[in-house]
Design a protein around this ligand. Structure first.
Ligand SMILES: Cc1cc2nc3c(=O)[nH]c(=O)nc-3n(C[C@H](O)[C@H](O)[C@H](O)COP(=O)(O)OP(=O)(O)OC[C@H]3O[C@@H](n4cnc5c(N)ncnc54)[C@H](O)[C@@H]3O)c2cc1C
Length: 591
């Protein structure tokens, strides 16, 4: 029997849908999988037991809500996280430069811009450098899947700002050229933005700040906030902290003395800091200054990328509306928060973990809003280890962000924060077999195929493929980290490079140096081989206990002949490293 997946784009369906009643609020990215033999529409139900015979067909949308349900969730959430009280406002025009904070709710930069002015101009710059190449190995800096996700985030941000009486100006080019010229044209007194911590982003901030200093605002300009002052001045550049759950100013230590052990960090912040409430803005923020051309959300073609299509696995929808809907779906509708701690190490389907990371990385949702929702859930339903554990994981995210402040560029260097000297290979063939999912180890290959097909991989999968690349293959960990940078929807420099340095044993904490044995991981986390059979259909015909060890007959020859000892460790930990060492070392020039 032949199966096929039929992907129907929204634009091709739109003329037809418009003729139907009650379809005015349909959203893009509707994906329908059709089982061609029976014409039965198959939509993967994440909470049902996954049947690997049908799994080759299934694509599921995250969040899995219907458009009407999503609209009503977003409306409710916007009401809950907005303020009804009056605010005293400033004068003139302020600009908000959106970067990795593509949201309206709990956005302090937007709040400060609004409160300090009579008119706010929200701006996003499509910076060509984000679509260049990675630093050492020249992979695409932003792969098509993440680009698509960001484009959807921008479309949603524009919609949500418009609903609040504002709009989003989208311009193509470098922020250091766009923002000063906008500030000059509008006489804006301040440019607000969310603060970043890694050097590529800091470099752009520095250039923006330099550019703004060259702008001279006329003291008599009515648009200027300080019209009363007689001295000519430049627009101010104000950076606002906003990426973490705990605010950097509330930490009980200076970031230079951040504990090097996660547990010490966590215990200390839990005991001594409060998580701030979300910032609440009124429902109406407009009108914005008058702009002739607001620009449009870029197409993937315009970014020089092929539009991707997710034919299997999870298809994440970008934007704040989708993020709020996912919280509702995961916490309230499916009640999965209650069991997160037991399910979080899964690998298959949308519901074993929250899947918040792509929205957190793009800033479509703030961790503080997730925190408030967890507390609300605890009050309304129950507090248990699972509700706590989501916060526990978000503290890991905070920790990697603060570590990037403490350790700076060493996070990207071969020796990592501890400047560990070890020899790595850059064997192209080995690396490509890992990247393309051709190592001959189903658990590795399935995970790598999921990554390139969907832009997502579970935390369990990430730890396993990282360990395999660096410990079994002995490959330069930065090759893996840069490939993740290309592919991940949730790519975040701090979490990505922080986790890779841990995986490679060069992180700040020497005790975080773990080897993941493939047989043991397979037995514990995919005992029936469902996950590998989903991504590698050729394994489906095998009995479940053979799917992880198919031998050469059905599968690629294994590229690294591991000799597993009793504990599932290779007999010599340095086996692969010695065998493959000899590749050219990359020059350590990153960032
Ligand atoms: C090699 C490697 C690379 C990684 N690269 C990234 C990355 O670029 N961006 C990214 O967001 N995460 C990264 N992670 C962390 C983690 O794998 C993902 O955050 C998680 O899988 C996302 O799925 P989720 O949202 O369902 O997580 P959940 O299990 O539901 O956790 C909730 C949230 O906690 C945070 N979190 C959980 N685990 C971690 C962790 N180990 N480090 C930092 N934050 C964590 C995430 O924000 C996540 O959304 C990486 C992990 C490894 C081992």
């Amino acid at each position: 029997m032949n199966y096929s997946t039929l992907q129907i784009s929204f634009s091709s369906l739109l003329p037809l849908l418009k003729t139907l009643p009650n379809c005015s609020s349909l959203k893009p990215a509707i994906q329908i999988s059709v089982k061609s033999a029976s014409r039965r529409i198959f939509v993967m139900n994440s909470s049902s037991k996954l049947d690997s015979r049908s799994l080759s067909l299934s694509t599921c949308q995250v969040p899995g809500l219907e458009p009407e349900e999503m609209d009503s969730v977003v409306e409710q959430m916007f009401r809950r996280y907005s303020s009804s009280s009056g605010f005293k406002r400033g004068k003139g025009v302020a600009i908000v430069w959106f970067r990795n904070d593509l949201r309206v709710l709990d956005n302090e930069a937007l709040y400060k811009a609004w409160i300090s002015s009579e008119a706010v101009l929200p701006v996003y710059c499509v910076d060509p450098r984000l679509f260049g190449s990675t630093c050492y190995f020249g992979f695409p800096k932003t792969g098509a899947l993440r680009a698509q996700f960001i484009v959807e985030c921008l479309a949603d941000l524009k919609r949500n700002l418009t609903k609040r009486g504002l709009n989003l100006l989208i311009q193509h080019g470098k922020p250091e050229e766009i923002l000063p010229s906008l500030a000059k044209a509008l006489g804006a007194h301040t440019v607000y933005a969310q603060m970043e911590t890694c050097s590529e982003e800091l470099y752009v901030e520095k250039m923006v700040s330099k550019g703004l200093k060259t702008v001279v605002l006329s003291p008599t300009s009515e648009k200027s906030a300080s019209a009363k002052s007689s001295a000519a001045r430049s627009p101010t550049f104000q950076l606002v902290w906003g990426t973490t759950m705990y605010h950097i100013d509330d930490l009980p230590f200076d970031t230079n003395s951040l504990p090097d052990v996660y547990t010490q960090f966590r215990r200390s912040v839990e005991a001594k800091c409060e998580i701030r409430d979300c910032i609440r803005l009124p429902a109406l923020l407009g009108p914005p200054p008058s702009i002739d051309d607001w620009g449009s959300v870029p197409s993937l073609d315009k970014l020089g990328l092929q539009p991707p299509s997710v034919v299997k696995g999870m298809r994440f929808i970008g934007g704040e509306s989708a993020a709020l809907s996912r919280i509702y779906e995961y916490f309230w509708k499916k009640d999965l928060l209650r069991i997160y701690k037991e399910t979080r190490n899964g690998m298959l389907g949308p519901d074993y973990s929250t899947k918040f990371s792509p929205w957190l990385a793009s800033g479509s949702i703030s961790p503080r809003l997730i925190h408030e929702e967890v507390r609300r859930y605890e009050r309304k339903r129950e507090a248990n280890q699972s509700t706590y554990w989501v916060l526990f994981e978000l503290i890991w995210r905070d920790y990697f962000r603060f570590l990037s402040v403490k350790y700076g560029n060493s996070l990207f260097h071969l020796g990592g924060p501890r400047k560990v000297e070890s020899k790595w290979s850059q064997d192209k063939n080995l690396f490509e077999s890992w990247r393309d999912g051709r190592t001959g180890y189903p658990l590795i290959d399935a995970n790598m195929k999921e990554l390139s097909t969907t832009g997502f991989m579970s935390n369990r999968g990430r730890q396993i493929v990282c360990s395999f690349l660096v410990r079994d293959m002995g490959i330069d960990w930065r090759m893996g980290a840069e490939w993740f940078e290309t592919c991940l929807l949730d790519y975040d420099p701090c979490s990505n490079y922080g986790n890779w340095t841990y995986g490679a044993g060069v992180g700040n904490d020497p005790r975080e140096d773990r080897y993941f044995s493939i047989p043991k991981q397979a037995q514990t986390y995919d005992p029936e081989g469902e996950y590998v059979a989903y991504w590698l259909p050729q394994l489906r015909m095998l009995p479940k206990d053979k799917r992880h060890f198919p031998g050469k007959m059905l599968y690629f020859e294994q590229v690294v002949p591991l000799k597993f000892g009793d504990a599932g460790r290779p007999q010599s930990q340095d086996f692969a490293r010695r065998k493959t060492f000899g590749g050219k070392q990359a020059k350590d020039f990153r960032r």
